[in-house]
Design a protein around this ligand. Structure first.
Ligand code: FES
Length: 130
């Protein structure tokens, strides 16, 4: 079992809970993925805060069609702006498009007492300014 109190896996505060509005604009934030600068995003869908790497499973490019805008017109699906891969927001599973059957890389989020935080993994780490 992971020791969540051991650096570099310590819980990372992200935002206040009310910053994530149901099916609203996502919060895009900087991380590192495999040691390289990358972006992740957090949104609220069906009441639950979720977060994924901003990286399509088809081609490793960012998904949003405007900064923080990931959902389709009906606010039902995450749709990649490049070739239209369609993902289930609740679990990141691709249900249509060129990477059908694959999924977005999820971040481990926790929401407690009005605060949303995430847990780094060996692959996904906070961006360090050292
Ligand atoms: S890059 Fe996302 S569907 Fe092709």
């Amino acid at each position: 079992m992971r020791d969540v109190n051991a650096a570099p896996f310590v819980q990372q505060p992200l935002c206040a809970s009310d910053a994530l509005v149901e099916r609203g604009t996502a919060l895009v934030f900087d991380v590192t993925l495999w040691g390289q600068p990358a972006r992740a995003f957090a949104m609220r869908f069906d009441g639950r805060a979720v977060a994924y790497m901003n990286r399509c499973a088809h081609v490793p490019t960012e998904l949003d069609w405007q900064p923080g805008e990931f959902l389709d017109h009906d606010k039902r699906w995450i749709v990649c702006s490049l070739h239209g891969a369609t993902y289930e927001p609740s679990d990141g599973h691709c249900i249509a498009g060129p990477c059908r059957g694959e999924r977005l890389m999820a971040l481990d989020l926790v929401e407690r007492e009005g605060q949303v935080s995430w847990y780094p993994t060996p692959d996904i780490q906070p961006l360090s300014f050292d």
